[in-house]
Ligand binder design. Sequence first.
Ligand code: AMP
Length: 221
Amino acid sequence: MAIYGVLLGPPGVGKGTQAKLLAGKFNLTHISTGDILRDAVNKRTPLGLQVEEIMKSGKLVSDDIINALMEDYIKNLNDGFLLDGYPRTIGQATFLDNFLPRYGKTLNIVLAIDVDDEEIIRRLAGRRYCPTCGRGYHVIYDPPKESETCDNDGTKLIQRDDDKPETIRERLRVYRERTAPLIDYYREKNLLEVVDGSGSIEEVHGLVLEVLERKGIVDKA
Ligand code: AMP
């Protein structure tokens, strides 16, 4: 069975890391709205210019912009997908529910990764990325071989503007207010599986695989 999944959880919980591991293992496309928007900002496209300040502030881009962007991405996919950072509001979730069937797809799993706020702040504050190749690191949990330098290309690592402490608090507030209600939304649809995200990257990956196997979405290893 193909995976048509959503990864849900506060910023910094490890959605992107887990999505990349799953995309590498199974035949599916990892779609991160944050990565798409950051790329647009870096390339100074009209979309990028429109969303740059909103992203810097830790607030959400409007549902209309994001929904149109996602429909465009998803409608052309032939294989499974994992959505990372979308949907983030009830409006986005209902839009997704309405448009997927038009392209012959339906969600079959929503994985909510759960970690307490203190750990999230520690994780976000330690995140770094390479502005050349985009690879992500963490100063404690996933450090580069040489301090603050990308293993792939030697570029000096930088911190996302919105991973700075003053913005982290706002992103968590926005998550609680706008995105956390999706947990009940998907629980009522019988799609929700909560995974403890407090362990190591490999431990969390193991828990995610267990869920996918138990639900019959992937075969047992
Ligand atoms: P992320 O990398 O997922 O933490 O996203 C970074 C920023 O991009 C967010 O703080 C928002 O400003 C914007 N963004 C990403 N995904 C969405 C979405 N689904 N809806 C609205 N804004 C989004």
